[in-house]
Each structure stands twice: as C-alpha cells, then as structure tokens.
Design a protein around this ligand. Structure first.
Ligand code: SF4
Length: 372
C-alpha cells in the first residue's frame, strides 16, 4: 500500500515561524493546478500497481483551492492511481477558510479527514505568529466540520512561544480537549533560519523559552492528553484509538509514497527523490525531481529515525532481516547504555523509547544512527 502527498504551495499571508515552501502568488493557482495534473500523469509509474491507502493535501494552504480545482485533481488521481482502497484522504485547512459553504464543499469531495493548523487558542499568540484566524474562528470551524459529518479532525498546537507560561499552555490544552476531536499534533516553536521569527531572535527583540519550561510543557502535553483519552503514538502525535494518522504512520513505517508539487519528496524503499522548491520552474516544467539511491547505511538510518519515534519502536526482527548482523550488532551496542539507564526498553523483540527516554529522543536516535 502507498501514500500520495500533494503540496499546495500558496498562503494568503506568511506566518512568522514558517520555513515551508509556500508563497503568496495566488494569481498562479490555475497554472499550478494544471502543472500538478501534468505531474500526476508524468509520474504515473512511480507507485507501480500498488494500491493507494492515503492521500494527503498539505501545504502551504490547500484550503485555498476551490471545488473545481479539487475536481480536476481528484479526476486525474482516480484515472492514474488505484484509489479503490484509499481509506484516509486528508486536507490541511486554515480555520479562517472553513466557512459553512466551504465545509459543505469539502464534505461533497472525497475528503474524510481535516487537519487544522490552529496552533493556539490565544488571540495574542495568533497575532504574534501572524496567523490569520482568531481563537473563536478556530473553535467555530471545528464545530461546523463536526456538524457536517467530519468525525476525523486533527488540530496542530504549538508550545514554547516567547512569554507563554505553563498556565497559558494548560488553558490551550484544555480548550483542545473540550472540542471532542480525535487527533492532536503538537510541536515546540522552532526558530528556523531565514524566518521573520529568527530575525527577531537574532536582533534581541525576543528570547527563546527556557529549556526547563519547554520540558515542563512537553510533560504537561503528554500528561493532559493521555488523561484525556489520547494515545501518545509518536513523539509529537496523539490520537484516540482508531484515529492515528494513517498517512504519517506510513512515513514512520517506511512505506512507499509519492510527493507531488514543488518541494515535495517521494520514497520508494530504495530511492528518495525531491522536487525543486521553485514554483515558476515547476509550472514551466523546467525542473526534474532529484533522485538519490540510498545506501544500506542510509536506509538503516532512516529506519532508526522513523521507527524509534513511534510507540511501536524498532522491530529487531526487521532490523536483522533488512540490514544483517553488522548493523544489527551496531544498533544493539549503541542501545546498551540507554537500555541500562532505562531510557530504552526491549519488549516483544522491539526496542522502544521509555517514558523518560522520550524526553531525550533526539540524542538517542542520533547515537543509534550509523556514522562512517
Ligand atoms: S499557513 Fe502554514 S504553510 Fe502557510 S505560512 Fe503559515 S505555517 Fe506556513
């Protein structure tokens, strides 16, 4: 089974922390949709005859497309790939775009999951981040989607904002829990080079959250969501039973996927390819995907990075079968100090992060990766 990722690289405004490939040239939308349909056609062999299990429209802001844009894309997707078993079709949406009419449009299309970039229920935070919605609009959008039959809703929440206190964060989490949604992705604010946020930090106009507070926020996130009935199935992802993101899970399980649109990545188990993040070149078909064949060591590193971040961890059987004794022994040698300290646990022939290990997962993953 495979996945399809479709990148919609437009945003009405740019959030101050964002380094995703997107721009505000909405006048290019029609030409872009045509180029996207062309790419689907050109790369129809990529998935072979594999049936598609998930389709994910991400961005950018996919909720800037209208019904006829989606009709064109879905028509060609259905003609090109086997979507007969597609069980999860997600759209990332900005709460501000989710008018009752737009939600009704989405409900008439094949979408069965909505992922909303809410980020915070504080209007001050939203203004600071340059998000274009308000907290009230976000809450209203979730309720409208639920009333229109969308039972599978995910929201994104961000923590570690400058001046955000533990009590602010707790209120955010309580707001999220009160919405009766089934999935939450939550990430610490990152100061990515090249963003407005980074420039503010560099110029001393704001300062990063203290590490101890960040850690406390992460602990609170886990505690409150687990108490609220969510399962912590990946470092930054929480879902109720039956509502884990199938699309993202397929990345973490190392399954095949095709990424369409500028800046999108594809993976077919042995090679990884990426489209140039350049809208004009993409529309004018002046750029081909860059493909790299992954060495055994690189495949091993991907396997460690993607598996260990989930609650299922690393299958030691798969590790040995796929990579042989050399990398299996290397992994176990590197894991031993963490096993002894209780940061990793071995259970049913799987290596997993312990509840304490989650807090130092970056260091553990980096130590388990193979460096020549
Ligand atoms: S809406 Fe999303 S993609 Fe667009 S600027 Fe904001 S964070 Fe980036």
């Amino acid at each position: 089974m495979s996945g399809i990722y479709i990148h919609i690289p437009f945003c009405k405004t740019k959030c101050i922390y964002c380094d995703f490939f997107s721009n505000v040239r909405l006048d290019q939308k029609d030409r872009y949709v045509q180029a996207l349909c062309d790419e689907i056609e050109i790369r129809k062999e990529y998935l072979g005859n594999d049936p598609v299990r998930t389709v994910y429209f991400g961005g950018g802001t996919p909720s800037l497309l209208n019904q006829s844009d989606f009709d064109r894309i879905f028509d060609i997707l259905k003609d090109t790939f086997d979507l007969s078993q597609a069980s999860e079709i997600t759209i990332e949406a900005n709460p501000d775009d989710l008018s009752p009419q737009y939600i009704a449009t989405l409900a008439s299309l094949p979408f069965n999951r909505i992922s909303m970039g809410i980020q915070s229920f504080s209007d001050d935070d939203l203004r600071f981040l340059n998000r274009r919605h308000s907290a009230e609009a976000a809450i209203h959008a979730v309720k409208e989607c639920q009333a229109n039959g969308f039972g599978n809703i995910s929201i994104d929440l961000m923590y570690g904002l400058p001046n955000q206190t533990l009590s602010d964060w707790e209120k955010n989490l309580e707001n999220a829990l009160s919405l009766q949604i089934n999935h939450i992705s939550s990430y610490h604010l990152i100061y990515e080079e090249g963003t407005k946020l980074y420039r503010l930090l560099e110029s001393g106009k704001l300062s990063e959250t203290d590490e101890k507070i960040s850690l406390e926020m992460f602990r609170m996130l886990i505690r409150k969501l687990v108490d609220g009935g969510f399962i912590h199935y990946e470092i930054s992802n929480f879902g109720k039973e039956g509502y884990f993101s199938k699309h993202n899970s397929s990345y973490w399980k190392g399954e095949k996927y095709i990424g369409l649109g500028p800046g999108a990545h594809s993976f077919n188990l042995k090679t990884r390819s990426s489209n140039l993040p350049d809208l004009n070149k993409y529309i004018n078909k002046e750029a081909k995907p860059i493909t790299e064949v992954l060495t055994d060591d690189e495949q091993y590193n991907d396997f460690i990075l993607t598996s260990l971040r989930t609650m299922w961890g690393i299958s030691l059987t798969d590790l040995k079968e796929r990579f042989g004794s050399r990398l299996f022994d290397y992994c176990m040698k590197q894991a031993t100090p963490y096993l002894n300290r209780g940061m990793l646990i071995k259970q049913e022939n799987r290596l997993k992060l312990s509840p304490d290990g989650i807090f130092i997962s970056d260091g553990i993953m980096s130590d388990l990766m193979f460096v020549d």
